[in-house]
Design a protein around this ligand. Structure first.
Ligand code: ADP
Ligand code: ASP
Ligand code: MG
Length: 406
């Protein structure tokens, strides 16, 4: 009997009608005899609203309390989805992350899954019951509620699929699959039939929020093949899997734009060994993901100094600034500036390994549009540039047209 893990995102469970649609699809699979685990997100907008509420109480709330708050979003949906299945006469039960045996570390709001004990889930499935699991949440070994980072229901689904050795893992969302660019920004974007883990991972880390990047990392590590598809129709979606040779024939698989980055610049940092280590160790200790880093000679008088710029996720900016300000007396830099009006535009493709001239073509395309490049970073299969946020979408369309076509 096939075991299927199906994950439904926020829009797919966004109102009672949509939840009933999800239940109808699940009931259809169940009628074929499949064992089904359903992972659901909070209804669309709910997590954002909870965050907004918390910020109205205080700007930097305790992360433990944030997790207690945010976990309620998914808890609402599991119960409603179970009810919708009951209404169709399908035996179903809702489980929180903790009840489903999802154990995480204690890094609140960004917890990592340590292990999953799916004993109870297995027992319920064997008894013919559809199991509905709250996405995005888990519990520490000490019993504290944790969440897995924004978009974390994808991770719950992939991790459960691995733990349960599922035959299929389906990620249902509000678009037909993974596209060459966000179809809401680039109308010419095309749906991909397949994409390699590494490409999906880069696109996801670089702003394509169709999949949470950590879930793709997890899928790659445990070899979970999954399909991204629409909850609104029956069209085949995009298969995400190990790279195959023919994938290198395509130079650029996709283009992404991350509008959720901010840049911090430390001006006049004394130029001596150990300085960068001290800064980035402090940020790492605060569980902050630093991405691009650029160092320039500082143009000032006096002792040799440099300017160090780096990017962080926008929601982490306040926290990053606090960490940096705390270092000021010890490090003696002149000032810390922050800029939230940046966009990170990236092109991704495993074919870049075997094709040259890709960077030049990207930079020429941007130059032609009169768009200035602020920072650059590359890897074997991606090129990213930081540009003015206001020009982000225009740049994305131009670069997509240059590499993928119209
Ligand atoms: P869910 O709530 O189902 O998890 P998300 O909103 O997290 O859905 O992700 C789906 C959205 O991702 C789409 O509506 C789309 O606008 C966006 N997106 C960004 N980049 C891409 C891409 N390359 N392909 C498909 N969708 C993308
Ligand atoms: N509800 C959470 C979020 O909005 C998790 C998810 O939707 O995957 O980030
Ligand atoms: Mg999502």
């Amino acid at each position: 009997m096939p075991l299927i893990v199906q994950k439904y995102g926020g829009t797919s469970v966004g109102n009672p009608e949509r939840i009933k649609n999800v239940a109808a699809r699940v009931a259809r699979y169940r009628a074929q005899g499949d064992q089904i685990v359903v992972v659901v997100s909070a209804m669309s907008g709910v997590t954002d609203n909870l965050i907004k509420l918390a910020k109205e109480i205080m700007p930097l709330p305790s992360e433990r309390e944030m997790d207690v708050l945010l976990a309620t979003g998914e808890q609402t949906t599991i119960a409603l989805t179970a009810m919708a299945l009951h209404a169709l006469g399908v035996d179903a039960i809702s489980l929180t992350g903790a009840q489903a045996g999802i154990v995480t570390d204690g890094v609140h709001t960004k917890a990592k899954i340590q292990n999953i004990t799916p004993k109870q889930v297995h027992a319920l499935l064997t008894a013919g019951i559809v199991v509905i699991v709250a996405g995005f949440q888990g519990q520490t070994p000490e019993g504290q509620i944790t969440t897995l980072g924004r978009g974390g229901s994808d991770l719950t689904a992939v991790a459960l699929a691995a733990a349960l050795k599922a035959d299929l893992c389906q990620i249902y969302t509000d678009v037909d699959g993974v596209y060459t660019a966000d179809p809401r920004i680039v109308p010419d974007a095309r749906k991909l039939n397949e994409i390699a883990y590494d490409e999906m991972l880069e696109l996801a880390s670089l702003g394509a929020k169709v999949m949470q990047s950590r879930s793709v990392e997890f899928a790659k590590k445990f070899g979970v093949v999954f399909e991204v598809r629409s909850s609104l129709n029956d069209n085949p979606g995009t298969i995400v899997k190990e790279e195959t040779q023919s994938m290198e024939d395509v130079v650029i698989r996709g283009v992404s734009l991350d509008k959720n980055q901010a840049k911090v610049t430390l001006v006049g940092v004394p130029d001596r060994p150990g300085v960068a280590a001290r800064i980035f160790k402090a940020l790492a200790d605060a569980a902050m993901n630093v991405d691009m880093i650029v160092q320039n000679v500082s143009h000032g008088s006096g002792t040799p100094a440099t300017d160090i710029s780096f990017t962080v996720d926008k929601p982490d900016l306040l926290k990053a600034t606090k960490v940096i300000e705390a270092l000021k007396p010890e490090m003696g830099f002149r000032e810390a500036l922050s800029d939230e009006k940046i966009g990170k535009l990236s092109i991704v493709g495993v074919g870049m390994r075997s094709h040259s001239g890709v960077a030049a073509k990207m930079f020429e395309t941007l130059a032609h549009e009169g768009i200035n490049i602020d920072m650059i970073s590359t890897s074997e299969i991606k090129i990213s540039v930081v540009i003015d946020l206001a020009k982000g979408e225009k740049a994305m369309k131009a670069v997509h047209a240059a590499f993928v076509g119209t």
